[in-house]
Design a protein around this ligand. Structure first.
Ligand code: HEC
Ligand code: HEC
Ligand code: HEC
Ligand code: HEC
Ligand code: HEC
Ligand code: HEC
Ligand code: HEC
Length: 407
């Protein structure tokens, strides 16, 4: 009898442990803590926004590497990057995944997996895990040329990988929604941080911009009759500078040292408090690169200074509007309409068609960024990325070129 009780007891304990284990695995929770619900929890009520958001660059800012997310060509004849006579890199599709392999005199020297993809617009760059550390693969993909290229900032001599480029917390802060790093000091940008792999949240997700939403989702679920939002910061309630700061987190340049991790930023915070006072003061708008500094560039424009515009005046971030210059022209015309005295001085010399489509090619021209240049297979000179400048102004040179081509 006693034996039976003991055995039953043991069985109950085993079952409980198994159940707890199962429960734990099936509901791991959001790595950022219980205040966060994860994007999947928002779909139920905001499906329209979610379904268009998945086509945006923010959604594709980071993803696990696989056949759907890596766009470079793995076919024979397109998958080899010659470094010199004795060395080459080969992109390989193996049973266990996608790899970059470096050969020296025909022998495999190193082989690394495409673990993580960053980017989907101008280019893709790839990271791989080595223990708890992240490194950038030496070859990236350059979309405009449909070609493999060297990773930005890397010369043609990349056999000394992986020491060349370890990936630190700063990259992750702007290109993912979260990753927990060890030992846990945001101030350090040694680039050799160790990470907790299991805590990685890909994409710039809903709560990365809107802040923690678990309480909001719970409240609205239990109170479906309430049609107004509770427990989530409304964009309209923010001041202009708080609105800009929501974007400045990632669109105002790259400080090497931060006082706090930008993962902690929520709407309503002041981003300057995350940076060293130095970094905030140091900005010289005449020296800014067009890449990644949209906030300061916009702030140096007469449009910004003389109106109350913010980023959402022109961008609906839940939608992919890339290349829709007619749509952006409408945004310009919402302030610069013809009866208004601030209409384009060139209007008389331009056809209506050109005007309608081209405000931005003359006033926000795509300029080369010095921040990103890459080496494309078979080309000696490095190739630069083009980025639209956010300093809205008069660029006589660009205007002349456009006039010569289109009128
Ligand atoms: C059970 C339904 C429900 C869920 C789940 C839900 N929301 Fe909402 N949300 C609402 C309602 C209702 C509103 C108010 C009407 C509106 O703006 O659409 C709202 C409004 C908002 C607003 C605008 C707030 C404002 O004042 O302008 C944001 C931002 C938002 N939700 C984000 C989220 C995020 C992020 C998630 C996922 C973590 C989420 N919601 C999950 C129902 C929900
Ligand atoms: C957590 C970082 C982060 C925040 C916050 C953020 N962005 Fe971005 N944004 C990025 C990154 C990274 C990219 C480039 C993604 C890529 O191409 O892989 C990007 C790309 C963009 C693009 C280009 C889209 C395209 O299709 O080429 C626009 C426009 C943009 N962001 C606007 C905004 C605005 C407006 C805000 C504020 C409401 C904002 N972003 C907030 C990180 C962020
Ligand atoms: C301060 C935020 C920030 C940091 C730090 C940062 N990036 Fe970015 N990155 C951006 C933004 C914003 C864009 C896109 C907007 C633009 O072109 O200016 C971008 C664009 C890119 C792109 C091109 C994506 C595309 O779709 O074309 C790649 C690749 C990239 N970053 C990789 C990296 C890597 C690797 C690191 C770390 C070494 C890094 N970034 C650090 C904000 C950041
Ligand atoms: C890059 C930052 C960013 C991301 C990512 C983002 N939002 Fe927004 N969201 C904004 C901004 C900025 C506004 C304010 C737009 C305005 O009022 O012009 C906004 C507005 C909203 C609103 C209220 C107004 C409206 O447009 O209907 C809801 C609801 C919302 N977002 C939900 C979501 C959900 C759900 C997701 C994820 C699927 C998401 N957002 C992803 C920045 C973001
Ligand atoms: C929210 C309103 C608003 C929007 C939207 C807007 N602007 Fe402006 N812009 C202004 C104001 C105000 C001025 C200052 C003009 C003045 O005071 O006469 C200005 C000035 C300018 C100037 C003169 C700049 C200089 O340095 O002399 C140009 C060019 C210009 N805008 C082009 C554009 C273009 C192109 C767009 C669309 C991409 C645009 N603006 C969108 C409000 C706006
Ligand atoms: C006056 C309108 C206007 C405002 C305001 C504006 N943008 Fe843009 N933005 C544009 C246009 C136009 C493009 C080029 C779009 C294209 O060709 O697809 C663009 C492109 C971008 C890109 C992609 C850059 C590239 O060329 O690859 C980013 C990132 C971006 N904007 C971020 C921001 C941020 C952050 C803010 C707020 C600080 C902002 N924008 C405010 C009009 C605007
Ligand atoms: C072919 C190039 C080109 C196109 C396209 C173009 N602009 Fe201009 N714009 C110019 C040049 C050049 C000037 C300066 C002319 C001068 O000062 O004599 C100018 C001046 C302006 C000014 C300043 C006017 C003032 O009173 O100082 C505004 C505002 C402006 N443009 C808005 C626009 C808008 C809005 C569009 C699209 C509907 C547009 N432009 C399309 C080249 C262009």
């Amino acid at each position: 009898m006693r034996k039976a009780i003991i055995i039953t007891g043991i069985c109950v304990i085993i079952l409980m442990v198994a159940w707890l284990q199962f429960y734990h695995n099936s509901a791991p929770g959001d790595p950022r803590g219980t205040a966060y619900a994860g994007s999947a929890a928002c779909v139920k009520c905001h499906s329209g926004i979610y379904n268009s958001y998945v086509h945006t660059a923010h959604y594709m800012a980071s993803a696990p590497g696989n056949g759907n997310t890596v766009h470079g060509n793995f076919a024979k004849g397109f998958n080899v990057f010659d470094i010199n006579k004795t060395q080459k890199a080969v992109m390989e599709k193996l049973d266990s995944g996608l790899f970059q392999t470096y050969y020296q005199n025909g022998k495999v020297k190193e082989r690394h997996r495409f673990d993580i993809v960053f980017g989907a617009v101008k280019g893709e760059t790839y990271l791989y895990w080595q223990g708890n550390k992240l490194f950038q693969l030496p070859l990236s993909y350059f979309s405009a040329q449909h070609q493999w290229s060297t990773s930005p900032g890397l010369g043609s001599n990349f056999m000394d990988y992986p020491q060349a480029r370890s990936i630190g917390i700063r990259c992750m802060e702007c290109h993912t929604s979260y990753i927990n790093y060890l030992p846990g000091k945001a101030q350090e940008l040694s680039g050799t941080e160790e990470f907790d792999k299991t805590s990685l949240i890909y994409s710039i997700d809903c709560e990365r911009c809107h802040g923690p939403g678990a309480q909001h989702a719970d409240f609205q679920s239990s109170n479906p009759q309430v049609k107004t939002a509770r427990f989530i910061t409304g964009y309209k309630s923010l001041t202009r500078s708080q609105k800009l700061d929501m974007c400045a987190v990632c669109h105002s340049g790259k400080p090497e040292v931060m006082l706090r991790s930008s993962f902690e930023f929520v709407p309503g915070d002041t981003f300057a408090k995350f940076k060293l006072p130095d970094f905030v003061k140091k900005i010289d708008t005449t020296q800014l690169d067009v890449h990644g500094n949209q906030v300061q560039l916009l702030q140096s424009s007469k449009c910004y200074i003389n109106s109350s515009m913010d980023c959402s005046t022109c961008h609906n971030v839940h939608q992919n509007s890339r290349g829709e210059s007619a749509l952006y022209t409408q945004k310009c015309l919402s302030c610069h309409n013809s009866p208004n005295h601030t209409y384009c001085k060139m209007a008389g010399q331009l056809s209506a068609v050109v005007l309608k489509r081209n405000c931005i090619s003359c006033h926000m021209p795509a300029l080369t960024t010095k921040a990103i240049s890459v080496q494309v297979a078979g080309k000696m000179a490095p190739v630069n990325f083009f980025v639209h400048t956010h300093r809205i102004a008069i660029y006589p040179q660009q205007a002349k070129t456009i006039m010569a081509h289109v009128n």
